[in-house]
Design a protein around this ligand. Structure first.
Ligand SMILES: [Zn+2]
Length: 378
């Protein structure tokens, strides 16, 4: 027999698709506050329509306002976090459905996941499922640009929670759930040299570009694929003329790592550079942005519960590691049991082929709903 939650939600696939399209139509590039605010209002209206509950709007100065949506009562809470900003500029892509797959900006990262969360809580409300813990759905607006404005809010809410569920994009192609995520650090390396004419006296001056090139060669040595550490120099600039020894050169560096200790050790090496070329100086700014979501027994316990619910719903779900970060990294780093990647089956986050499998929406919502149903009782 199908779970009540699953049969209830399977009957609402079209409705879920419509909610997802409505969220996608409210384009929300992180850096455009007024657009992100409009999307936030759509999300808030959907929560009120589908759940009722109570909604608090949390004003932000430069990024979109955030929303804290609550269902049920209780001293303890289960937290769901999701961001409604996207990496896509206004008018970036059209929304299109082909063979049961919905393509478009934000479908997978993570408006599909927001839709899943909305309908999971809706299924509880519509079926009068309550317990002695409340469900808090915290919707934020700046994840794609590092969550600088919402991080404090996320952490404060996580500290009050027994666990955190993150309906971020799942692992393609089968919708694996994320029990681990790598940590992320970013750095800017600035080299200052001494300009001089390249021809008059080749010994004079100090070329910042040459120094930076030597540093980059060093940075390559820090990558250790087997250990899960990768260093990428993704940006470079410098120099003024081909016949001038460069006074300035700069590089942008991205570091991914598996454990806090690794991250801190490699970040320390990146921060402390010694120049090879006399007359050059090196300044490094930046640091760790997100600590990893390390695979812990607590997180795996949440996954095992989800796995058995999926099994009861008639399918299998696996766990996996993501090389990308999310706001789940923040909550996990606080020691709060966190499970991530609960969004629908799909692919193409930040890519032109971004999409979700529409028929999977009710399954993911029912997975979350049955998890909540079990866990809102202490
Ligand atoms: Zn995301």
């Amino acid at each position: 027999m199908l779970s009540d939650m699953l049969s209830y939600l399977l009957a609402r696939e079209t409705e879920m698709e419509q909610t997802l399209i409505t969220l996608m139509q409210a384009e929300s590039p992180s850096t455009d506050k007024s657009l992100v605010d409009q999307c936030g209002q759509v999300l808030q209206a959907e929560f009120t329509r589908l759940v009722g509950g109570s909604v608090t709007r949390i004003s932000q100065t430069h990024t979109g306002d955030c929303y804290r949506c609550t269902y049920g009562e209780g001293d303890e809470q289960i937290l769901i976090i999701g961001h409604f900003d996207t990496v896509w500029d206004q008018g970036a892509l059209s929304i299109e459905k082909r063979d049961g797959i919905l393509y478009g900006p934000g479908a997978f990262d993570m408006k599909g996941g927001l839709t899943v969360a909305l309908y999971a809580i809706h299924a509880l409300a519509a079926n009068h499922v309550t317990g002695n813990r409340k469900v808090v759905f915290l919707a934020t607006s700046d994840e794609e640009i590092g969550s600088h404005a919402s991080r404090e809010l996320i952490e404060a809410e996580a500290k009050k929670s027994v666990c955190v569920l993150v309906p971020e994009s799942s692992i393609p192609p089968n919708g694996d759930i994320k029990t681990a995520r790598k940590g992320i650090a970013d750095f800017t390396i600035t080299v200052k040299g001494i300009p001089s004419h390249a021809g008059h006296d080749p010994r004079a001056g100090a070329n910042a570009i040459e120094e930076l090139a030597l540093q980059i060669a060093d940075l390559r040595q820090l990558t250790d694929i087997d250990a899960g550490i990768s260093v990428n120099v993704g940006l470079i600039s410098g120099g003024t003329r081909v016949n001038v020894k460069a006074e300035h050169a700069q590089a942008g560096v991205d570091l991914r790592f598996m454990t806090k200790e690794q991250g801190e050790a490699v970040a320390h090496k990146i921060m402390n550079r010694t120049p090879y070329i006399a007359g050059t100086t090196i300044t490094v700014t930046g640091g760790i942005n997100r600590y990893p979501l390390e695979r812990t027994a607590q997180g795996v316990d949440l996954f095992v519960q989800l796995q058995s619910i999926a099994h009861a719903h008639g399918y299998e779900v696996n766990e996996g590691l993501s090389g990308g970060g999310s706001d789940g990294n923040f909550t996990a780093a606080l020691g709060i049991p966190t499970v991530d990647g609960l969004g629908p089956v799909g692919d193409g986050a930040h890519a032109r082929n971004e999409h979700v499998v529409v028929a999977n929406l009710p399954y993911r919502a029912a997975l979350l709903a049955d998890f909540l149903r079990t866990n809102i009782h202490r």
